[in-house]
Design a binder for this molecule. Sequence first.
Ligand code: ZN
Ligand code: ZN
Length: 141
Amino acid sequence: MAERGPGDEASASEQDLLAEEVLFVILSVALLVVCSVVAWQLAQLYRLLLQERSVRQFRPRAGLGLPAADLQSLLAEPAPDASECCVCLQEIEESTPSLRLQCCSHIYHHSCIVEWLRVVASCPMCRQHVGSQSEAADVGP
Ligand SMILES: [Zn+2]
Ligand SMILES: [Zn+2]
């Protein structure tokens, strides 16, 4: 930059010009930083959206059976008769009231399967239609 002139007015105008240039540079750098930060955040958001979409694609549909984690936890503590309730994912003890569906012979806690059948009239395990127990017994080949 040019040296300060002898006159006060010229020096003041040069200082104003210098201040404007400095301000312009500062604003440019700040704008660049803001743009880069916004772009980085958008990239992170896009990556998260892609991850969530992939997770949703590979997530098993609800109602098809036990999740893998629950299966592993159940295998860690097997029931004496190797039967567990698919509704509450807990083992069926001999003292607990249970109910065996006649259509598919799957066994559940009595309270669990009653609550389930109140909403969905199908076996939680194999999705077979569950009518009344007598109706299921009557239907045969
Ligand atoms: Zn249960
Ligand atoms: Zn079943």
